[in-house]
Design a protein around this ligand. Structure first.
Ligand code: GTP
Ligand code: SPV
Ligand code: MN
Length: 653
């Protein structure tokens, strides 16, 4: 532990003499102590320089120390030394296992009750309910965000869950930037957490650095991110796999007006790495509405054709529907090049020239492990071979990783320990890795990272692509007639449920704009905001819809996907250049037969592009009632008009 001793340490030590541990301090003691301390902080600063923090940050920490009662405060600086120190401690405690096969890689296994985002316990808190959620039809349960009143949030979080929630634990203070530090489009957050796994993950996923304090200056604005696993000492609940958590009491609340997030009970992914979904999507989408930009669940890639011409594409697919894979695509067509700028989140803003410019606010990838292998995504495989934390994957006897999809990449009969700790080998019952197991690695070490990926000005977006898992009826690719039609296609986005959240089974769920779980405000207002962006003086990106997941009658994918998706990007780029290779259909512009390069593939045009009328009649009917039921009177007229036009076109099919 660092030797820096806070000036208040002396008093703390005096108190220690009176108590076995700081965790035993009663609230009365604490209050007396606070008084002695002049109302600032009542626990030792274990690392970092308290006095160097901006005054508003000190106040924020002090308030939460008073609420959460940690035994000490550790101010992170994002350095490698700090990470090494924390890593070593976690290895000693059994929370991390070193993976000897790779460089600086670790395996973490969670409590099996804490493996994914928990959408049912995620709320947006605003005074006015309809700021957060649309007016749903009577008797309908809204699925586009969950609202909580400030009074309920105060009771649930501030009064019920958080008091004393960090007793006996260290409160880490993580200063971070979403987007390049100091960049014009970037935003700053300060996360408080009692979980060291979160500290290590945040320093991969965001830019954690002491420089943040300079960016903030005195009283600069930051997003307050408060996270606790909800496992104070003495423990009330048995810790499983050394992963303390409180799954029964998980609750994730966002306060867009105060730019604040409070998350309790879970250590996993989007529940605990608050820079990601909570900040960069839910809070940021609300800031973006106020400031006239977009915060979206989108990858960003640059694709260069054999003539050397590059286009930038942003694509929104729901969770576990292929963003990371598309962002790192290895083209199967000669002469093409794809470079990655981001795999999950895009912040986009029109510049003075009327071009939509995108930055990736993140600094790392938190990618789905299963299905990733040297054939489907060699780039991701290479990216995660060093400096990576793997969560809930299997481990081979020689200290490597294993998950479903890697069967051909390990020696036969290799002994594997599953994510649950059982002995296993390929062919045995069950799975080695959890379906939502993940790798967490720095974006900078991606071999095809774009040299502009940290350009604070972002890259100009030529095309926006929507997509989802659609086993039936939906063609491989089609293009929106115009911006309004494209926004309607986004609003009507659907996909088969995946393991990224708590849903089970293969039901087709609506996931408008791939933002259903991440909306920060009323979805009707969100669609209006998208519509309003369309201005004649702007160069509006073309909008497309793709589907890699259509099945034939035998239940097999009709499209090979992965590296062959370059063929679809090729068609998209040619459309952006205005090539006459599309034909209007009821649902949008379809590729003219033969205009998509299928050389060397054995796929059926019909299976990939047919538009079964019966399917689309039902689909538009269903979409219409979905939007009426879920968005109600908040649905912008432009969108209902687009739905009506589509319905009419389908009727005439
Ligand atoms: P989140 O990180 O949850 O937002 O997911 P994501 O959208 O980045 O999805 P990802 O690229 O990690 O893919 C999820 C799963 O879909 C993986 O198991 C992939 O192997 C699989 N997948 C991705 N692209 C394709 C494709 O083109 N075809 C098929 N059949 N599967 C794909
Ligand atoms: C997603 O679910 O879309 C993810 C993973 O990217 S998590 O960070 O857990 O939200
Ligand atoms: Mn995602």
């Amino acid at each position: 532990m660092n030797e820096i001793i806070s000036p208040k340490m002396e008093t703390v030590n005096n108190m220690r003499n009176r108590h076995d541990s700081l965790a035993d301090l009663t609230s009365r003691d604490m209050e007396d102590f606070m008084e002695e301390m002049g109302g600032e902080i009542s626990v030792p600063v274990l690392n970092g320089d308290w006095d160097a923090l901006p005054a508003n940050v000190r106040k924020y920490i002090a308030e939460n120390v008073r609420l959460c009662r940690p035994k000490g405060v550790f101010i992170c600086d994002g350095s490698d030394e700090e990470a090494e120190e924390i890593t070593e401690k976690m290895v000693n405690r059994g929370l991390l296992t070193k993976l000897d096969k790779y460089e600086n890689c670790y395996l973490c296994r969670t409590d099996p009750a804490d493996v994914a985002r928990v959408e049912g316990r995620t709320f947006i808190v605003t005074k006015e309910k309809f700021e957060t959620v649309p007016h749903v039809q009577e008797g309908v349960k809204g699925i586009l965000g969950q609202w909580m009143s400030p009074e309920d949030a105060e009771r649930e979080m501030v009064q019920d869950r958080f008091p004393g929630c960090m007793k006996g634990r260290v409160m880490y203070v993580i200063p971070f930037s979403m987007g390049p530090v100091g960049g014009a489009l970037s935003k700053v957050g300060v996360q408080l957490t009692d979980f060291n796994y979160v500290v290590l993950s945040m320093r991969i996923m965001t830019r954690v650095s002491s420089k943040i304090w300079d960016v903030l200056g005195e009283n600069g604005e930051f997003v307050q991110c408060i996270h606790s696993i909800g496992a104070p000492r003495p423990l009330q609940r048995k810790v499983i796999n050394h992963w303390p958590c409180n799954p029964e009491r998980i609750m994730i609340t966002h306060f867009p007006d105060q730019r604040k997030i409070m998350s309790y009970g879970s250590g996993y992914g989007g529940n605990s790495l608050l820079g990601k979904k909570c900040f960069a999507l839910r809070i940021a989408s609300r800031i973006a509405k106020d400031e006239g930009w977009l915060a979206e669940h989108m990858l960003i890639l640059g694709v260069t054709n054999p003539q050397g011409e590059e286009k930038f594409i942003a694509a929104a697919f729901p969770s576990a529907c292929g963003k990371t894979n598309l962002a790192m695509l290895t083209p199967s067509l000669p002469g093409w090049k794809v470079r990655c700028l981001g795999d999950d989140i895009a912040w986009m803003r029109f510049d003075d020239e009327g071009r939509l410019r995108a930055i990736n606010p993140e600094a790392g990838f938190f990618g789905v492990a299963p299905g990733t292998n040297k054939k489907t995504n060699p780039v991701a495989m290479e990216t995660c071979m060093k400096n990576t934390i793997f969560t809930n994957v299997g481990m081979t006897a020689d200290g490597g990783v294993f998950w479903e999809g890697m069967e051909k990449e390990i020696e036969r009969e290799q002994k594997i320990t599953t994510w649950l700790g059982d002995q296993w080998k390929v062919g045995d019952k069950g799975k080695a890795a959890h379906p939502n197991s993940r790798f967490c690695c720095p974006a900078s070490q991606c071999p095809i990272i774009h040299d502009k990926w940290e350009d604070p000005a972002g890259v100009p977006i030529d095309a926006i692509v929507f997509g989802g898992r659609r086993p039936e009826g939906v063609p491989l690719v089609f293009e929106a007639f115009d911006w309004e039609h494209g926004v309607m296609l986004g609003a009507a986005l659907k996909s088969e449920a995946t393991a990224a959240a708590e849903f089970k089974g293969k039901q087709i769920m609506h996931d408008p704009m791939a933002m259903r779980p991440f909306m920060g405000y009323n979805f009707g207002d969100y669609l209006q905001h998208w519509s309003d962006l369309n201005k004649p003086e702007r160069q509006m990106p073309k909008i497309f819809h793709v589907n890699w997941f259509r099945l034939n009658d035998n239940g097999k994918f009709v499209w090979p996907g992965f590296g062959d998706n370059i063929r679809v990007l090729d068609w998209i780029c040619r459309r952006v250049n205005g090539e006459d290779i599309a034909v209007p259909s009821a649902i949008g512009q379809l590729p003219v037969e033969g205009s998509l390069n299928l050389k060397g593939l054995n796929v059926s045009w019909e299976e990939n592009f047919s538009l079964p009328k019966k399917y689309w009649v039902e689909d538009i009917e269903e979409t219409k009632s979905f939007l009426q039921a879920q968005v109600g009177c908040d649905l912008p007229l432009t969108i209902s008009n687009e739905v009506a036009k589509q319905e009419e076109r389908i009727r005439l099919m």
